[in-house]
Design a protein around this ligand. Structure first.
Ligand code: ATP
Ligand code: MG
Length: 349
């Protein structure tokens, strides 16, 4: 795919993992934004440490690039405990999970990324492990099979998911604390950018940070990525100082628009407006029209478009708001909001 799309994708590139690791805050007080989550989490951790027990299991839900993996690492660091990392797709069989659980040391933090993608049998094993610190190992097959209960060391599970809605209720209920990660405010992203610029030795004055922050889709990962592209531009085309003009010229070159919309966002909006007259239209119809998986549209593009007030989700499908027409410089047809599903939504626009 072309540069514009990749540049504002909230998913990491392959060669981005190393640089992300270098930019990751290591402790809770370095973690920027998400004030509520930070405060809640620090209480959970602190009280556990006072009681000298592993804290409750923690679930983190939120879109890609908002800091879930970063927080998981911070939890282990704050507890002073080792961290074991795995992911839902890696746990295909119950045995995969049993092998991990049975070798955890006391108090260890087990991080399961994309926990909603775990296979069913592993999930059921996890219920018991979370609640009773026990697993049942099944030996043999068929009528002769027996299950051997095995105690495991008390541990803390940290689960991360971009799709909390897909987690079965029994699993969700076994987490003592759920951290809902939301998009960041531009001012918070400015802090993220200022910190990253310091670590990368980029000369970034506040107005440059401001320009990048407001185009970063509320997402630290995107902010850090745009910073690197803007740095390249400023070093090659200017003297390295990231002024507002330099940041703006660089981001225009990479087709990140003034509100941070990327190609996919604009494609979704464009189709919704030009092809479906502003909707309502169903998610899968919309996804087919832009040539993407429904999940990509739903997890990657839509939350940001909704948050920007450009589209609304209604029971009858996705609907464009008046701002969406304005954003693409189009005039809504006279009946665009005629059959409006949510008339009040447009009153204020
Ligand atoms: N609160 C924060 N303060 C500073 N930097 C942050 C913060 N949150 C995230 N970052 C930066 O953004 C990058 C992406 O964060 P992270 O990998 O934790 O996201 P994620 O939610 O796990 O994404 P995914 O769903 O794709 O796994 C990190 O490298 C980190 O440098
Ligand atoms: Mg992650």
């Amino acid at each position: 795919m072309s540069g514009g799309r990749d540049l504002v994708s909230p998913e990491p590139d392959n060669d981005e993992y190393a640089i992300e690791a270098a930019l990751r805050p290591k402790r809770l007080d370095e973690f920027i934004g998400q004030a509520r989550v930070r405060e809640q989490l620090s209480l959970v951790l602190e009280s556990a440490m006072r009681r000298n027990r592993p804290p409750d299991h923690v679930l983190m839900s939120g879109g890609p690039g908002l800091g879930k993996t970063t927080l998981a690492m911070i939890i282990a660091a704050e507890l002073g405990m080792p961290l074991r990392v795995t992911s839902g797709p890696a746990l295909e069989r119950a045995g995969d999970l049993a092998a991990i659980l049975s070798t955890l040391s006391e108090g260890e933090v087990l991080f399961i990324d994309e926990i909603h993608r775990m296979a069913r049998p592993a999930e059921e094993m996890l219920y018991l492990a979370m609640e009773d610190f026990r697993v049942d190992i099944v030996v043999g097959k068929g009528p002769g099979a027996t299950s051997i209960p095995l105690d495991i060391a008390p541990f803390t599970l940290v689960g991360a998911t971009t799709r909390a809605g897909l987690l079965p209720a029994p699993l969700r209920d076994r987490f003592g604390f759920t951290a809902h990660m939301d998009f960041y405010e531009a001012a918070e992203l400015e802090q993220v950018l200022t910190r990253s610029a310091r670590l990368l030795s980029v000369d970034l004055p506040p107005e440059g940070a401001h320009e990048i922050a407001r185009r970063s889709r509320g997402t630290p990962r995107i902010a850090n990525r745009l910073l690197r592209r803007v740095r390249d531009f400023s070093e090659v085309r200017a003297d390295g100082l990231v002024t507002r003009e330099i940041a703006s010229a660089a981001l225009n070159l990479y087709e990140v628009d003034g509100e941070g919309l990327d190609r996919l966002d604009r494609a979704v909006l464009g189709v919704l407006l030009r092809k479906f007259g502003g909707g309502p239209v169903g998610l899968s119809t919309l996804a087919v029209a832009v040539g993407e998986e429904p999940e990509t549209v739903e997890v990657v593009a839509e939350p940001f478009l909704v948050r920007q007030g450009l589209i609304a989700r209604t029971p009858r499908g996705r609907v464009a708001t008046a701002s969406a027409w304005a954003h693409l410089g189009l005039t809504p047809p006279p009946d665009a909001f005629g059959a409006s599903v949510l008339p009040s939504l447009f009153d204020e626009a």
